[in-house]
Design a protein around this ligand. Structure first.
Ligand SMILES: [Zn+2]
Length: 254
């Protein structure tokens, strides 16, 4: 069973590395999504400015059409007031003319302001469009890099999965079954190191009898509290070589 336990340790170390690779793959998706929404926001800003300019021009045109009619009316009243013999009626007609001309002057000012605003918006639109073009270019470069990163991560993942499968396939059936039973419910860490006679997974004290059995490495010994497979610290260290970070983390993840 000692060999199988060593293989389980190998499997858990590989699962830790797989978790890191999976997290990086997930964050790639998130970063790509964020870059896409930034691009969409810039595109919307450019469209808003274009829409506003269009509205300004349309409103200015409406005003100018009204002004033409008002001016024609004013000219008509002016002509009539000149022909009127009644001084009172002529005065009323002239007032009408004045009111219309005032309206025309006001409308002209308003139309001019709208045209000026439309002119300013041309610059805004150009700036926004070039920002969109630049962001789109960056986005394309980012996508290409992302695709490369993704490819290399997927390759790492496939390699790790193959190694994991190999380790588990070489372990005794009982050991593999115990590992796979716990993997989903123990945050990917079915094994726990015994540290100072406690389970590093849940902190529970390991009774002397089980401690002895675990140290013997003759069979699988499960923690009575969290069910993780208990591994003597020295054996973990000598098997994992690179240290015991993996088992340490399990103490925090419950
Ligand atoms: Zn435990």
């Amino acid at each position: 069973m000692k060999e199988s336990i060593a293989l389980l340790i190998e499997a858990q170390l590989l699962d830790d590395r797989l978790a890191v690779v999976n997290r990086r793959l997930d964050s790639l998706d998130v970063e790509l999504g964020e870059a896409e929404s930034r691009l969409a926001v810039l595109g919307a800003e450019a469209e808003d400015a274009a829409g506003e300019r269009k509205a300004c021009l349309a409103r200015a045109k409406d005003i100018e059409n009204t002004l033409l009619l008002d001016e024609a009316k004013a000219a008509k009243w002016e002509g009539e007031s000149n022909r009127m013999r009644d001084a009172g009626a002529a005065e009323i007609a002239r007032q009408k003319v004045q009111t219309l001309r005032d309206k025309v002057a006001g409308g002209e000012e308003e139309a001019l302001a709208l045209m000026e605003n439309a002119e300013k918006l041309v610059t805004t639109i150009e700036t926004a469009k070039s920002a969109v073009a630049q962001a789109a270019e960056e986005m394309e470069a980012f996508r290409a890099t992302g695709r490369e990163d993704q490819k290399s991560l997927e390759a790492d993942k496939a390699e790790l999965l193959a190694q994991r499968e190999l380790a588990l396939s070489r372990a005794a059936m009982e050991a593999r079954a115990a590992y796979e039973r716990l993997i989903g419910s123990r945050s990917g860490k079915p094994l726990a190191v015994i540290r100072v006679s406690s389970c590093s997974g849940c902190g529970m004290t390991v009774p002397p009898n089980e401690m002895g059995r675990a140290l013997g490495l003759a069979g699988l010994v499960s923690c009575r509290s969290c069910s993780r497979i208990l591994i003597p610290e020295e054996f973990w260290k000598s098997t994992s070589e690179g240290g015991i970070e993996s088992a340490d983390e399990s103490a925090n993840s419950g």
